[in-house]
Design a protein around this ligand. Sequence first.
Ligand SMILES: Nc1ncnc2c1ncn2[C@@H]1O[C@H](COP(=O)(O)OP(=O)(O)OP(=O)(O)O)[C@@H](O)[C@H]1O
Length: 705
Amino acid sequence: EKCDCYSDCLIKSSMALRGPIKQVHEGNSSKLFVTAVVYVEGIEFEEGRYDLLKNDTSLAIDWLPMSHDVIETSRRPPNLRNIHFVDVGQETTAIIIELNFDILNMKLRSTYEIRVNSIYDRQCDRMIEMSSYAAMNVTFACERIVDSDCRGSIKVDHHPVCSFMRSYHTSVFENKKLDTVELDVLISINKNDQRFEKLKYFVAFFGICDIEDVTNNGECILDLHKSEAARFCVPNRLNCSHTRSFSLTIRPYRSDVRYGVQICGVLDRRFESPPIISSKSKSVADMLSVSATSSAVISNTDTSLLKTLFGYAVVLALLLIVLILFITCKCLTGRWCKEYENNCDDFIIDEDSLTIFEDRIIGKGRFGTVFLGQLSPDWHGPVVLDECQRVAVKTNRYLDKSKKRFFIDEIEGAKVISRHSRLLSSIGTVFKNGNILHIQEYCANGNLLEYLILKRRYMTELQERGIDLNGSLTSIVEVDFDEVISFHDLYRIASQICSGMVYLSSKLIVHNALCAKHILITQDHNVKIGDFGFISTSTTPNNSPVEGQQKWTSLELLRGETSTQLSDVWSFGVTIWEIFTMGGRPYYNVPDAGIRGLVEKGFRLQKPDGCSIQLYQLMRETWLDSPSDRPCFNVISTRIANLAQQSSPETNNFMTISTLCDYYLDDAATLSSRRGTIQELGQTQTHYDPAALISESERLLGFRM
Ligand SMILES: Nc1ncnc2c1ncn2[C@@H]1O[C@H](COP(=O)(O)OP(=O)(O)OP(=O)(O)O)[C@@H](O)[C@H]1O
């Protein structure tokens, strides 16, 4: 039906983002430039006839407070740059809306809703309402914005995860005199809930329910602005078992109202307030049973008696602590502990200071299992630990002398290395039941190899679901940005490893076993180089490849010559190859014994699919026959920094993974070590084809070494 000035035009519409979001520079300031297109079906295009008034009824741009509401007030409203109407045929008109947003949105990772409800018809001087409005959410995720500088930006949405636990048991202690109610609440947490892994601690929001909004399922609506908050399982999440009790105090308590509690898990302590679910800032909460019948009344005298007893206990505990400190001090100065003098090594930690969580296996290596551990809160050493004092505890399953020697070498190696932010710190040793435990700082994201493989798998899964990380923002709303990795991050990792190696080589130390598996990733996704069991110095030179490391070993060391810092450069080249294949297996089809012959003949690893020719050129230089022809770590560091800068191609922030690459064939074996079935190193593989290694890379660079 024709739409004229008197008919009730029903117009269908849809909206999409045109092109990527870009950071643009205007004079001294920068803005985020967004173009949205609304396709309106059902109106005849006429030049100059229609307009979009930027008011509440026609075009609305609303910030959705599901992202970071903390600095809401510092955001400036978006600026409408341009609107124009274009005829796209078939009774469809495209409205192109160009907007400028504040750069802060990107730093804080925000989401806006752009909505067009109606358009203005100049000829008839009236608003035409759409049958259903056109709307779209635009998320400003720094890593997705072209030409953006992500330094200091918040990468993920850290809001607490609410509606977490559903099973409560409460016991109520009513203090009539003080008009308060104390609740001991026992909650049950679903053991298998993956979100639990990422949580720091819990917050309970509790308060009076809105009477009219009480539901039949034992839920009520809680006004979060008026509610109180109590933190629990703080600071040590390890104490948080799957059933957990904590206390709430409701003050003043009123018996005529209902109370509700909403339990949320905090992901990042800077963001404790829950997402605002409705415009009224109210959230569905579980009803707390605070009935007078189930309560035990605490009399005033009882509390005062308890307080006195508690006071005595505190004084006694303090006296005890002073006594222990006095004895320890005497012991350390050597006066009372003459007979233990030989053991007075800074590196030895008292067994009682360490708790080992035997059910929390972090990994398994050649020598034994690595467990999660915790040092007592009063332990203070040269390494600053996280707030839970978490550590990695390496055990040694071998008691025979030669194997034990390797383990001790690692501890001794770690002692030689001084502290550097990119090197894994060794904290000390604990003697337990005649065995030595090696205590190291804990890197919550495990080793780099598995880290990369897991990210690659998630990204491959996204690819298979048709989600293009380099595509339009609308298609990536369901992406968990914690689980993907951008080129920017790959370069950052390579550069951090290089800076650790610059430091090691400045101390004239050769690592001898550098590879992705021996690099650990901290909670905040930074790099720590580990495994110092095979280091060599000028006084303790090394001239044989480390068992199982042949694929990372330089030609001279494979030949039995002495390794130098430039031998580590070779291994570093293989490590960046692992990074840019996102955990590919070098020389996947060659057994360790075949590596020397192959490398001597000039064969080198092929160019990873996702890496630039320039980066591959750098890798090839690290694999030059003569060590003196290879770049040193200082030079590599500058070159990586330059390559990282050049590598922000317009729409290519994330690698497109080609699953058919042969270097991914053995993934399962690599990851199986995570589950505890370690592949024996040096295991013989049956078949390999050197010709496969010549591959495309040789042709691309036009030479073969
Ligand atoms: N300090 C640590 N923090 C976190 N995870 C660790 C730490 N140390 C080791 N791990 C994990 O435990 C696994 C086994 O470590 P381990 O050092 O025993 O063996 P590896 O170095 O991986 O292999 P191998 O010694 O057999 O060459 C590592 O791959 C890593 O995933």
